[in-house]
Design a protein around this ligand. Structure first.
Ligand SMILES: O=C(O)/C=C/C(=O)CC(=O)C(=O)O
Length: 258
Protein backbone atom coordinates (compact mmCIF):
# COMPACT_ATOMS: atom_id res chain seq x y z
CA UNK A 1 0.00 0.00 0.00
CA UNK A 2 1.30 3.49 -0.83
CA UNK A 3 1.19 5.93 2.11
CA UNK A 4 -0.54 9.26 1.39
CA UNK A 5 1.67 12.28 1.98
CA UNK A 6 -0.57 13.63 4.79
CA UNK A 7 -0.80 10.37 6.79
CA UNK A 8 0.56 10.18 10.33
CA UNK A 9 4.22 9.17 10.63
CA UNK A 10 4.79 9.87 14.35
CA UNK A 11 6.44 6.64 15.63
CA UNK A 12 4.76 6.89 19.06
CA UNK A 13 1.35 7.14 17.41
CA UNK A 14 2.10 4.31 14.98
CA UNK A 15 3.25 2.11 17.87
CA UNK A 16 0.04 2.93 19.75
CA UNK A 17 -2.03 1.99 16.70
CA UNK A 18 -0.20 -1.32 16.53
CA UNK A 19 -1.03 -2.03 20.19
CA UNK A 20 -4.72 -1.19 19.53
CA UNK A 21 -4.81 -3.48 16.47
CA UNK A 22 -3.09 -6.29 18.35
CA UNK A 23 -5.62 -5.92 21.16
CA UNK A 24 -8.47 -6.01 18.65
CA UNK A 25 -7.04 -9.18 17.12
CA UNK A 26 -6.69 -10.70 20.61
CA UNK A 27 -10.30 -9.85 21.49
CA UNK A 28 -11.41 -11.33 18.14
CA UNK A 29 -9.52 -14.55 18.90
CA UNK A 30 -11.12 -14.95 22.32
CA UNK A 31 -14.56 -14.16 20.85
CA UNK A 32 -14.07 -16.73 18.08
CA UNK A 33 -13.21 -19.36 20.69
CA UNK A 34 -16.68 -18.95 22.21
CA UNK A 35 -19.59 -20.93 20.80
CA UNK A 36 -22.86 -19.08 20.20
CA UNK A 37 -24.35 -20.73 23.30
CA UNK A 38 -21.38 -19.66 25.42
CA UNK A 39 -22.10 -16.01 24.58
CA UNK A 40 -25.04 -16.31 27.00
CA UNK A 41 -22.64 -17.04 29.88
CA UNK A 42 -21.53 -14.59 32.54
CA UNK A 43 -18.62 -12.25 31.96
CA UNK A 44 -16.31 -11.04 34.73
CA UNK A 45 -18.34 -7.82 34.94
CA UNK A 46 -21.17 -7.88 37.48
CA UNK A 47 -24.57 -7.97 35.75
CA UNK A 48 -23.08 -8.37 32.26
CA UNK A 49 -23.15 -11.51 30.15
CA UNK A 50 -20.51 -12.06 27.48
CA UNK A 51 -23.09 -10.67 25.05
CA UNK A 52 -23.01 -7.34 26.89
CA UNK A 53 -19.20 -7.25 26.67
CA UNK A 54 -19.22 -7.93 22.91
CA UNK A 55 -21.96 -5.36 22.31
CA UNK A 56 -20.09 -2.77 24.38
CA UNK A 57 -16.80 -3.36 22.57
CA UNK A 58 -18.61 -3.03 19.21
CA UNK A 59 -20.45 0.17 20.15
CA UNK A 60 -17.29 1.54 21.73
CA UNK A 61 -15.52 1.26 18.34
CA UNK A 62 -18.38 3.17 16.73
CA UNK A 63 -18.27 5.80 19.50
CA UNK A 64 -14.52 6.26 19.14
CA UNK A 65 -14.90 6.42 15.34
CA UNK A 66 -17.29 9.36 15.90
CA UNK A 67 -14.52 11.17 17.81
CA UNK A 68 -12.09 10.53 14.95
CA UNK A 69 -14.70 11.86 12.46
CA UNK A 70 -15.03 14.94 14.71
CA UNK A 71 -11.25 15.47 14.53
CA UNK A 72 -11.36 15.02 10.74
CA UNK A 73 -14.27 17.35 9.98
CA UNK A 74 -14.42 19.77 12.91
CA UNK A 75 -18.12 18.90 13.25
CA UNK A 76 -18.88 17.95 16.86
CA UNK A 77 -19.94 14.30 16.96
CA UNK A 78 -19.98 12.99 20.55
CA UNK A 79 -19.28 9.38 21.45
CA UNK A 80 -22.84 8.88 22.69
CA UNK A 81 -25.81 11.29 22.99
CA UNK A 82 -25.81 10.52 26.75
CA UNK A 83 -24.67 7.88 29.23
CA UNK A 84 -28.27 6.62 29.35
CA UNK A 85 -28.34 6.11 25.58
CA UNK A 86 -24.96 4.34 25.80
CA UNK A 87 -26.22 1.96 28.48
CA UNK A 88 -29.49 1.32 26.67
CA UNK A 89 -27.62 0.58 23.44
CA UNK A 90 -25.46 -2.02 25.21
CA UNK A 91 -28.56 -3.69 26.72
CA UNK A 92 -30.15 -3.75 23.27
CA UNK A 93 -26.97 -5.07 21.63
CA UNK A 94 -26.85 -7.93 24.11
CA UNK A 95 -30.16 -9.18 22.69
CA UNK A 96 -28.87 -9.45 19.10
CA UNK A 97 -28.46 -12.84 17.45
CA UNK A 98 -24.96 -14.33 17.80
CA UNK A 99 -24.16 -13.67 14.14
CA UNK A 100 -25.33 -10.06 14.41
CA UNK A 101 -23.24 -9.57 17.56
CA UNK A 102 -20.16 -11.00 15.89
CA UNK A 103 -20.77 -8.79 12.82
CA UNK A 104 -21.17 -5.75 15.08
CA UNK A 105 -17.73 -6.41 16.56
CA UNK A 106 -16.06 -7.09 13.19
CA UNK A 107 -17.62 -4.25 11.21
CA UNK A 108 -17.18 -1.60 13.90
CA UNK A 109 -13.51 -2.54 14.32
CA UNK A 110 -12.91 -2.22 10.56
CA UNK A 111 -14.78 1.11 10.49
CA UNK A 112 -12.64 2.54 13.30
CA UNK A 113 -9.47 1.32 11.63
CA UNK A 114 -10.44 3.10 8.39
CA UNK A 115 -11.18 6.33 10.26
CA UNK A 116 -7.74 6.17 11.90
CA UNK A 117 -6.05 5.30 8.60
CA UNK A 118 -7.63 8.26 6.85
CA UNK A 119 -7.05 10.89 9.55
CA UNK A 120 -4.44 13.36 8.25
CA UNK A 121 -1.36 13.85 10.47
CA UNK A 122 -2.33 17.38 11.56
CA UNK A 123 -5.83 16.35 12.64
CA UNK A 124 -4.53 13.90 15.26
CA UNK A 125 -3.93 16.98 17.46
CA UNK A 126 -7.51 18.26 17.12
CA UNK A 127 -9.40 18.29 20.40
CA UNK A 128 -12.45 16.08 21.02
CA UNK A 129 -14.51 15.37 24.13
CA UNK A 130 -15.03 11.90 25.61
CA UNK A 131 -18.25 10.67 27.22
CA UNK A 132 -16.57 11.23 30.58
CA UNK A 133 -16.20 14.92 29.69
CA UNK A 134 -12.44 14.83 29.12
CA UNK A 135 -11.14 17.10 26.34
CA UNK A 136 -8.30 15.23 24.64
CA UNK A 137 -6.38 15.28 21.34
CA UNK A 138 -7.67 12.74 18.79
CA UNK A 139 -4.52 10.66 19.34
CA UNK A 140 -5.91 9.72 22.78
CA UNK A 141 -8.62 7.70 20.99
CA UNK A 142 -5.96 5.09 20.20
CA UNK A 143 -5.24 4.53 23.89
CA UNK A 144 -8.97 4.61 24.78
CA UNK A 145 -9.57 1.77 22.35
CA UNK A 146 -6.42 -0.16 23.35
CA UNK A 147 -7.56 -0.22 26.97
CA UNK A 148 -11.05 -1.42 26.03
CA UNK A 149 -10.07 -4.32 23.79
CA UNK A 150 -7.33 -5.76 26.00
CA UNK A 151 -9.20 -5.53 29.31
CA UNK A 152 -12.56 -6.66 27.92
CA UNK A 153 -10.89 -9.69 26.30
CA UNK A 154 -10.14 -10.78 29.88
CA UNK A 155 -13.73 -9.96 30.86
CA UNK A 156 -15.00 -12.55 28.35
CA UNK A 157 -13.77 -15.04 30.98
CA UNK A 158 -12.74 -17.76 28.56
CA UNK A 159 -9.05 -17.98 29.32
CA UNK A 160 -7.48 -14.57 28.71
CA UNK A 161 -5.67 -13.11 31.71
CA UNK A 162 -3.83 -9.91 32.50
CA UNK A 163 -0.61 -11.82 31.79
CA UNK A 164 -1.65 -11.80 28.10
CA UNK A 165 -1.70 -7.99 28.02
CA UNK A 166 1.57 -6.37 26.86
CA UNK A 167 3.60 -4.72 29.66
CA UNK A 168 3.46 -1.18 28.14
CA UNK A 169 -0.36 -1.41 28.06
CA UNK A 170 -0.48 -2.57 31.70
CA UNK A 171 1.90 0.19 32.79
CA UNK A 172 -0.17 2.89 31.09
CA UNK A 173 -3.33 1.40 32.54
CA UNK A 174 -1.85 1.63 36.03
CA UNK A 175 -0.77 5.21 35.41
CA UNK A 176 -4.34 6.06 34.31
CA UNK A 177 -5.98 4.34 37.24
CA UNK A 178 -3.69 5.67 39.94
CA UNK A 179 -4.01 9.13 38.33
CA UNK A 180 -7.80 8.87 38.61
CA UNK A 181 -7.51 7.83 42.28
CA UNK A 182 -5.21 10.78 42.93
CA UNK A 183 -7.60 13.23 41.25
CA UNK A 184 -10.45 11.93 43.41
CA UNK A 185 -8.32 11.71 46.56
CA UNK A 186 -9.10 8.01 47.01
CA UNK A 187 -5.44 6.95 47.15
CA UNK A 188 -4.70 8.44 50.58
CA UNK A 189 -2.07 6.31 52.39
CA UNK A 190 -2.07 3.78 49.55
CA UNK A 191 1.11 2.90 47.68
CA UNK A 192 1.19 0.40 44.83
CA UNK A 193 4.44 -1.41 44.11
CA UNK A 194 5.04 -3.56 41.04
CA UNK A 195 7.58 -6.28 41.80
CA UNK A 196 9.83 -8.22 39.43
CA UNK A 197 10.79 -5.17 37.35
CA UNK A 198 14.34 -4.14 36.36
CA UNK A 199 13.62 -0.79 38.07
CA UNK A 200 10.82 -0.51 40.64
CA UNK A 201 7.42 0.80 39.52
CA UNK A 202 5.74 2.71 42.33
CA UNK A 203 2.37 4.48 42.15
CA UNK A 204 -0.03 6.12 44.59
CA UNK A 205 0.39 8.24 47.72
CA UNK A 206 4.19 8.09 47.83
CA UNK A 207 4.43 11.03 50.26
CA UNK A 208 2.42 9.21 52.97
CA UNK A 209 4.37 8.54 56.19
CA UNK A 210 2.43 5.33 57.00
CA UNK A 211 1.08 3.86 53.77
CA UNK A 212 -0.51 0.51 53.11
CA UNK A 213 1.75 -0.92 50.40
CA UNK A 214 0.07 -3.25 47.91
CA UNK A 215 2.53 -5.28 45.86
CA UNK A 216 2.52 -7.93 43.17
CA UNK A 217 3.58 -8.58 39.59
CA UNK A 218 2.57 -6.08 36.91
CA UNK A 219 -0.27 -8.33 35.74
CA UNK A 220 -1.52 -9.03 39.29
CA UNK A 221 -1.45 -5.36 40.25
CA UNK A 222 -3.24 -4.29 37.05
CA UNK A 223 -5.90 -6.95 37.63
CA UNK A 224 -6.35 -5.76 41.23
CA UNK A 225 -6.37 -2.04 40.29
CA UNK A 226 -9.09 -2.58 37.67
CA UNK A 227 -11.25 -4.30 40.30
CA UNK A 228 -10.93 -7.73 38.72
CA UNK A 229 -9.55 -9.77 41.59
CA UNK A 230 -6.81 -9.86 44.20
CA UNK A 231 -4.88 -13.02 43.15
CA UNK A 232 -1.13 -12.59 43.41
CA UNK A 233 -1.28 -9.43 45.53
CA UNK A 234 -0.16 -8.80 49.10
CA UNK A 235 -0.50 -5.77 51.30
CA UNK A 236 1.79 -4.50 54.02
CA UNK A 237 -0.22 -2.49 56.52
CA UNK A 238 1.34 -0.10 59.05
CA UNK A 239 0.93 -1.06 62.71
CA UNK A 240 0.15 1.36 65.51
CA UNK A 241 3.59 0.66 67.03
CA UNK A 242 5.50 1.37 63.81
CA UNK A 243 7.97 -1.34 62.75
CA UNK A 244 7.58 -3.48 59.66
CA UNK A 245 3.78 -3.61 59.64
CA UNK A 246 1.53 -6.61 59.13
CA UNK A 247 1.29 -8.57 55.92
CA UNK A 248 -2.15 -9.20 54.45
CA UNK A 249 -2.72 -11.66 51.61
CA UNK A 250 -4.48 -10.99 49.31
CA UNK A 251 -4.64 -7.20 49.32
CA UNK A 252 -7.89 -5.42 50.24
CA UNK A 253 -10.02 -4.31 47.25
CA UNK A 254 -8.69 -1.39 45.21
CA UNK A 255 -10.47 1.98 45.18
CA UNK A 256 -13.07 2.30 42.40
CA UNK A 257 -11.56 3.11 39.00
CA UNK A 258 -14.48 4.24 36.79
O1 LIG B 1 -11.45 7.83 28.51
C1 LIG B 1 -12.55 8.40 28.57
O2 LIG B 1 -12.66 9.57 28.95
C2 LIG B 1 -13.76 7.68 28.16
C3 LIG B 1 -13.75 6.37 27.88
C4 LIG B 1 -14.97 5.70 27.46
O3 LIG B 1 -15.98 6.31 27.31
C5 LIG B 1 -14.96 4.26 27.19
C6 LIG B 1 -16.29 3.66 27.48
O4 LIG B 1 -16.53 3.20 28.55
C7 LIG B 1 -17.34 3.60 26.46
O5 LIG B 1 -17.13 3.50 25.27
O6 LIG B 1 -18.45 3.63 26.87
Amino acid sequence: MVARHDQATDPVLLDGLLQARRGTAFFARKLNELSDAELDGDSLLPGWTRRHVVAHVGYNARAIARLVEWAATGVETPMYPSVEVRNHEIDFGATLSPIALRNLFDHSAVHLNVEWRDLPADNWHHKVKTVQGRTVPAEETVWMRTREVWVHAVDLDNGATFKDIPAPVLERLLTDITGAWHTRGTDKDLVVEVTGQPSPLIFGDTSSASPTVVSGSLAAIAQWATGRGTDGTTAQRPTMEGGDGESVTPAPPAPAWI
